[in-house]
Design a protein around this ligand. Structure first.
Ligand code: GAL
Length: 425
């Protein structure tokens, strides 16, 4: 009898012990996959861009040494290839933990609308980000009271880079209006200089949006995206005529040049001007070029006093394989240390309002001043003002226009695009 009782007690002890062990093991297993890695998807592979990302990864590695950073970048400026790869992965249920998305319609109209990303309100609260992120940005990353991404930067789209020595040698002053720009480019062309460096198609859309802004002014430009400015108006026709004329000053091999190739023509002394976002400054610095000597900058003619912006932000995937790893990455992306490491190299200013300005070079300090004081408009090419389907219809129309240069047909196609996918429906 006593023997049986001993056996019963022994069995009970063994059972309890194994239960405790299973519970501990289970908890450890649950935490480990979430924390041992994070896969972050972006298109920052090239000149200037990869270096900025690496700097932020450096902060991540210091703060989360146990979490492997899987850098899933896909080459191609402005996400030309990366976004297609991402779409395929999302369709097949294989999301990266976190990916780069532009604040505005790209984020809201694609990933939020598709139910592909998680709200981050708890993280915002825990990190106190509402107090340090610009008020103008929050509505562009929110829907129905939910905040969906962590902005790492503010980029400026409407920058005209120039080669100071070429302008000086040809007696050309930095133009501030579109007409002054035409006159300057006539002089340069007559002297045998390529006036304006241009690259592949997305850079052509980038140029176009800045000419629309410079020709229409900020209010009418903004009205293109909310239905207040008619796409079939005479003022839009005049803006497209300006764009057509600007294109006559560009290099003939544009279609085969990346944005780096095109902007490099300016610092190498092979072209006078290039219109490109301020990631070009990160690239110039990586090339060892000096601000104000090797390159100068000014708002695209006609856009003085306007800051045409875009913002890179990072998301948390629905069904992220490593949600805790993703949260760690987002915590770094939204932190002061992360943004101060990333932005001075990337060629952008912090999204946060509390970064130390002395860490930034002279161009970015001027961008900070303009961001604080200028009228702010959004970029088309970089996801702020139009959803993906509208943007892709504009892109198709632009491709045809670049081949036939028919302004009337281009305008008709833009009107149709607004009716099909924009506010003209
Ligand atoms: C933009 C992006 C920038 C820069 C640029 C060129 O869309 O917001 O950060 O990467 O493309 O690749």
């Amino acid at each position: 009898m006593l023997k049986k009782r001993v056996w019963q007690i022994l069995l009970a002890v063994l059972l309890l012990g194994s239960l405790i062990l299973t519970a501990c093991g289970g908890a450890a297993e649950e935490a480990a996959p979430a924390d041992d890695a994070v896969e972050v998807f972006s298109w920052w592979t090239g000149g200037g861009e990869a270096a900025g990302l690496e700097a932020m990864i450096g902060i991540f590695n210091t703060e989360y040494p146990g979490t492997e950073f899987i850098n899933a970048t896909v080459a191609g400026g402005a996400g030309t290839n990366a976004r297609a790869v991402l779409a395929t992965r999302l369709q097949s249920g294989d999301p990266p933990d976190s990916w780069q998305g532009h604040a505005g319609q790209e984020l809201i109209g694609t990933y939020v609308a598709g139910g592909q990303i998680e709200p981050l309100n708890d993280l915002y609260e825990a990190q106190g980000w509402l107090a340090v992120m610009p008020e103008t940005l929050i509505p562009l990353i929110s829907q129905d009271g939910n905040i969906y991404s962590v902005p790492v930067n503010i980029h400026r789209a409407n920058v005209m880079w120039y080669n100071p020595a070429i302008l000086e040698a040809n007696g050309v002053a930095v133009p501030t209006t579109i007409d002054e720009w035409f006159t300057a480019m006539d002089t340069l062309q007559a002297a045998g200089v390529t006036p304006l460096a241009l690259g592949e198609q997305w850079t052509q859309m980038h140029l176009m949006e800045t000419i629309l802004l410079g020709s229409l002014g900020a209010d009418a430009y903004d009205g293109l995206w909310d239905g207040k400015t008619a796409w079939d108006s005479a003022e839009v026709k005049a803006a497209l005529d300006n764009f057509a004329k600007v294109l006559t000053y560009t290099n003939s091999d544009a279609a085969s040049l990346s944005w780096q190739d095109a902007s490099q023509l300016v610092v190498n002394g092979d072209a006078a001007f290039n219109v490109m976002g301020d990631w070009a400054e990160g690239y110039f610095r990586e090339l060892g070029k000096a601000p104000e000597t090797d390159y100068g900058w000014a708002p695209v003619p006609g856009t003085v006093g306007v800051f045409q912006f875009l913002s890179d932000s990072f998301t948390l995937a629905v069904g992220a394989p490593h949600p805790a790893g993703a949260e760690a990455w987002l915590t770094v992306a939204g932190s002061k240390a992360g943004q101060e490491a990333f932005n001075p190299i990337k060629g952008s200013i912090c999204a946060r309002t509390d970064c130390d300005a002395s860490l930034f070079g002279v161009y970015l300090q001027s961008a900070m001043d303009d961001w604080a004081s200028n009228k702010v408009s959004g970029s088309l090419t970089h996801g702020v003002v139009a959803n993906d389907s509208w943007k892709s219809e504009i892109d198709t129309a632009l491709g045809l226009f670049m081949a036939d240069m028919n302004v009337e047909a281009f305008q008709t196609a833009l009107v149709a695009a607004c009716v099909a996918s924009g506010p003209c429906q």
